[in-house]
Each structure stands twice: as C-alpha cells, then as structure tokens.
Write a protein of this length. Structure first.
Lengths: 222, 249
C-alpha cells in the first residue's frame, strides 16, 4: 500500500519536474497577487500588518486552485487515468498519492515563500512563524478538497471557472482558521486553538477526500 | 411480499411518475394558495404590531420560511442525490436537479428579505454575522451545483457528478457553519443575533408556520412541474413521450 502511494508520488513528481514552468507560474502568481495588495490599499505598515494574514491566505487559496486542473487533466488526456482506474489497487489510494504529490509541488512552495512575503507586510517574527506553520498545516487540506473539484470538472467545458465556483466555498473553513491563527497571534490570544482545528481539517480533508474524488473520476471516465 | 416490492418502485420510472406528478401538481398549488392566503391574512391583519420593531417585523412571514426552505431543500436534494447514486435510478437525479433552482431562489429571497429587514432594524443592509454568512455560502453551493450540472452535456454524468458534489456539500455544511460562527465570535461579540428574538406572540407564530407550509407546498408544486419538463426533455427518444406528445398535438 505504501509502496503504491510512493510510486504514484514519485511518478507525479518526476512529471512535474519535467514541466517546471507550470510550478513556477503558479508560485509567481502567488507572489504577484500578494504584492499587488500594498499597491492597492496603500503602504501604511499598520494597515498592512492587519491585512497580511487574510491577503496571504486568500492568495494561497487562489494559487492552489490555479494548479488544480493539472492534477488529473494530463493523465486524462493521454489515457493514463483509465489505466490507473483499471488497476487492481483501489483508485482512492492512487488519488491519495496524487494529492500528496500535488501538495509537494503546489503547496510546499507557498509555505516556503510565505515568510518572505510576510516581511513585505511588516509582520513580526512570531506572526511570521505562525503564518508559515498555518500554511504548512492548511495547504494539504486545500489539495485534498481541491482534488474533488478537479475530478468533478474533468473534461468539462469551462472547467477552470467552474472549478473555482465549486471549490472556493468549500475552502472557507481552511481560510477562516488559517488566517485566524495569524490574527490571534498578532492580537496576543495564542494560535493553538486555530492551529488544532486547522490540523483536524487537514487530516479529515486528506483522509476523506480521495473517496469522493475516486467516485467522481469514475463518473468522468464512463 | 413480491407485490409490495414492485409497488415500492412503481413510481421510480419516469413513465409512471409523469402522470402521477401531473395529477398531484394542482393539489399542491391549491394547498400553497390556501396556506399562503391564511398565513398572510394572519400575518398582516391579525398579528399584533411588534412592540420594539413596529410594522417592519412583518417581513419575517416571508423571511423565516424562505430560510427554512433553503436549508431543507438542500437536504432533500442531497437525499435524492444519494438515492440516485445508490440505486442508479434516473428519476432521483432529475428530482435533485429540479429542486436546486427552487432552493437557490429561497436562499436568495432569504438574503434579500433579510437585507430589507436589516436596514431599518440594524441600520445596515449587511453584517458579517454568522447566520448571514452561512446563508450566503449556501447560495454559493446551490449555484455551484447548478453550474456543474449545466456544464456537463450528458445528463447521466451530470446527475452523478452533481450528486457527489451535493453529498460533499452536505458533509461540509456543518463544518462551514461552525467555522463561520467561531470566526465571527472570535473577532467580536455578536452584536445582533436572530436567536435572541423576543418571545413571539402566538398569532405571529401561527402566521409564520402557515407561510412556511405555503412555501413548502409551493416548492413541491414547482419541483414537480420542473421535473416533468426535465423528464420530457431527457426521455424524448422514448415511445411513451412520443405517444404523449402525439396525443397532445
């Protein structure tokens, strides 16, 4: 079981490395969106510090969503997905591997970049740490929940816009607790409650999402 | 035993359900009209003026039933979606897609009437209160469901994809609801809450319940009308639809 997941992750990572432009584009999208906000609302440090958690988290949501269609589309186009669905191993496990690979490619760069961008918003050290930690805990949930949307919109016309319509409402809890953790740190309340809930969401999302995703993939392949 | 089983599934086929729905629709319209007239009569003429809110409170006779129906219809929709996935019946998916626009309409009405009530009472059209926000998210979920079904050409695939989405939504709604509530209360104490409403006069409650029943009957009638149209559209290649249309023409 573990070797299957590891094989899927390895394959997806190798494919992603051969198309680095996709990863870089989504990452730069994150950087650009975050950098646009100070230009829009003005450079006052107090205001930026208050906005930072929300802005970074919303940008992370959008950047993750941008990379979601790639999760299954390429495999669908060249027929690999059908072969995977025919495999004797449960499709949900294969999906789990793909979700983990997607997080490594799309989620982890956001986590690494977040402290640098947080400095742009004049966040203090502890807030930066909590921001990075909250993204580290929360982005797997984004990949997991997003996989459901990606599978549902597979091969559908206007899939990209539709995907955002389906997935963004489901992302709301992650956004609330992720941004809330940083907010709580800034106001001195302590972020532990938020981070615990975020962890619960991530575990629940990554654990349960592969089943509806697998069901949706089978519908799409019919 | 065997007979019972057959009877149970008898109306699961569009061919038998179509005339049944046609016979039921006038009844539900009639009930909706009776309950609606009675509820509005009580609401506007018999119910006393509220001591704190004046006459403006009377919008609850539409607002509360609309909110209830918006949530209830989502559950019914998810029930039909689950049935469709489990038993692979054509009618279940049709019912789910027939219910979605009515649910979205009620979610929108609930927000709209709430805004109309909020302006004179709270002094603002919109506050980021937990209840308002979760109702807005419910509207988003309805729109996502409708958009997904509209984007897929093959109706069977649209039914199944929509069903998965509806079920994922049902699992998520409690999570979203509580997260929104905590989000709001963590930041500031709720300045306004619908749960702390002053205890209601019996007349007001009766008017509201009758209006809720009217909305319920209206939803059933409209959903049945819509499901009849969907049936004709999807089954247009079958003999019974051809015979039906030839008989009408």
């Amino acid at each position: 079981m573990l070797s299957l997941i590891r094989a899927v992750i390895g394959r997806d990572l190798r494919l992603a490395m051969r198309r680095q432009a996709d990863i870089v584009a989504a990452t730069f999208f994150f950087i650009i969106v975050v950098s646009l906000f100070p230009l829009g609302v003005g450079p006052e440090p107090d205001q930026l510090r208050r906005l930072a958690p929300g802005v970074l988290w919303v940008a992370a949501l959008l950047a993750t969503m941008l990379s979601l269609p790639r999760l299954f589309a390429d495999d669908h186009r060249d027929g690999t997905l059908e072969q995977l669905a025919l495999a004797p191993q449960p499709l949900a496990l294969i999906v789990l591997g793909k979700v983990i690979a997607h997080w490594l490619v799309a989620g982890l760069p956001l986590v690494v970049l977040a402290p640098v961008l947080g400095v742009q918003f004049d966040l203090a050290g502890d807030a930066l740490a909590v921001l990075t930690l909250s993204l580290l805990i929360g982005t797997p949930a984004l990949s997991g929940i997003g996989a459901i949307g990606a599978a549902l919109t597979l091969g559908v016309r206007g899939g990209g816009v539709l995907l955002s319509l389906l997935v963004l409402p489901l992302y709301i809890p992650v956004l609330i607790f992720g941004a809330g953790a940083v907010d709580a740190t800034v106001t001195g309340l302590g972020a532990q409650a938020h981070l615990s809930l975020l962890g619960a969401l991530a575990l629940g999302g990554v654990f349960f999402a592969p089943w509806p995703t697998a069901a949706a993939l089978r519908v799409a392949l019919e | 035993m065997r007979n019972k089983l057959i009877n149970w599934f008898r109306y699961a086929s569009p061919q038998t359900f179509y005339p049944l729905a046609g016979r039921m629709i006038p009844w539900f319209w009639g009930l909706a009209a009776i309950f609606g007239v009675a509820g509005l009569f009580i609401g506007f003429l018999l119910a006393p003026t509220d001591a704190q809110q004046g006459e403006g409170y009377r919008i609850i006779f539409l607002h509360v039933p609309a909110s209830w129906m918006s949530m209830f219809i989502y559950l019914v929709m998810a029930f039909w979606a689950a049935t469709g996935l489990a038993f692979n019946t054509r009618l279940s998916g049709m019912m789910a897609s027939a219910l979605a626009p009515t649910g979205a309409l009620f979610a929108f009405l609930s927000l709209w009437t709430g805004a109309l009530w909020g302006k004179p009472m709270w002094g603002t059209w919109w506050v980021w209160d937990a209840r308002l926000t979760s109702e807005l998210i419910l509207l988003f979920l309805y729109i996502g469901f409708i958009a997904l079904q509209a984007a897929i050409d093959d109706p069977r695939r649209a039914d199944k994809a929509g069903a998965i989405l509806a079920l994922v939504g049902v699992v998520n709604i409690p999570i979203i609801y509580f997260s929104v509530q905590w989000w709001n209360t963590l930041h500031q104490g709720a300045s306004v809450s619908l749960t702390r409403a002053p205890s209601m006069a019996a007349m007001m409650l009766w008017g509201m319940l009758l209006c809720a029943l009217a909305c319920w009957m209206y939803s059933i009638a409209v959903a049945l009308m819509r499901v009849r149209v969907i049936m004709l559209e999807r089954e247009r290649h079958t003999d019974w639809v051809r015979a039906l249309l030839r008989g009408k023409a």
